[in-house]
Design a protein around this ligand. Sequence first.
Ligand SMILES: *Cc1c(COP(=O)(O)O)cnc(C)c1O
Length: 438
Amino acid sequence: MARRLNRGASAELFARAQRALPGGVSSPVRAFKAVGGTPLFFASADGAWFTDADGNRYLDFVQSWGPSILGHAHPEVVAAVQAAAARGLSFGAPHAGEVELAERVKALYPGVDRVRFTSSGTEATMSAIRLARGATGRSRLVKFSGCYHGHSDGLLVAAGSGAITFGQPSSAGVPAEIARLTSVLPLDDEQALAALFAAHGREIAAVILEPVPANNGLLLQRPEFLRRLRELCTQHGALLIFDEVISGFRVALGGAAELYGVQPDLATFGKILGGGMPVGAFAGPAPLFEHLAPLGPVYQAGTLSGNPVAMAAGRATLQVLQRDGVLAKLDRLGHRMESRLQPALQRSDWPVAFCRLGSLFWFAFGARTAPTRAEDVAGDAAALYRTFHAECLDAGVYLAPSAYEVGFLSAAHTEADIERATETMLQALAATFAEARR
Ligand SMILES: *Cc1c(COP(=O)(O)O)cnc(C)c1O
């Protein structure tokens, strides 16, 4: 079905890149190792589309992994960045722009009085955990298997075998002594949660989770599970941290906290908050932030934190999101995609489920129903996805180069783009399962 696109220039650049960058990339998943072949080198991107180094155009459902919710190079965001850049790239001093963005976050997110900016989501979660430990005087951290919170040592920890486990490092270079301070639980399991709190409740400084887990596929949780987690944290004096780096300003303007009506003690942001520039933040009630330097003893800092250009991109992005009712439009697009795909999947006997929340979507290969835990994601998903991804790519539809990454819709996608993409996806699914049967 697919036309073969020329990828000579990308292949040449990749060969060169591998002699200058480890694995040819600045972040691992970009290397296409999970799907095979050569990663595409981007030349430029606008709206829902990008152009690669060979001049091919692709409909982009990665959108920089979420930040460009308005589409690539949105004119208002670009103008805000250009105007800010002309006034100075970095001050290393206070300025009005960071106050304005913090005020916007306060207005949108439930329970936020104070916002500390960082330059990445990783820094935001790492610092939120330090604040939680400093404020509670406790050391233990609880995370959930399948949730990703950036690459700081204590968060690169995977589940062991039992329901209550002390974490094993999931990366070389993370000392076992550090990983042991992290407990890992399965998602969607109130019993495991209650058992951990019963055994270790008084040691737990914080529980961190993606309330909309979107880094191991899209593992949508029952609101009752989130409410139970909230109750247990409150009962045991542990702080609840919602990592809203993907879900913040996307599943609702007030993130998953607004969507599910469950308020965390601390929230972390990134991606959309920077509108494509490097930004993260952690935020919460004023009394907690009394513990943070310069007010208190918990140290956290950053040369480029609150960077004026990045703050301008974030302000412009949130302003357009709010003003233009973008999230409602995205939900309509997502619904259209779902309404094209779901009936075809139902009619077929293909082992694949389509999962969606608003503008996030995911094909769960190897399953007929949407999984809610990392442990339930099928082992053969990656092999099936390899074919599906290659078929879509050849037809000019760019999906994440990993079976476990979600797709992102942007405000720049049109209904026609969705029609075209779903047609391509259905053909790619047919090809994938025809090949799997051979
Ligand atoms: C992307 C992501 C992070 C890490 O953010 P970086 O800016 O890549 O450091 C943390 N948490 C979640 C939920 C993410 O999706």
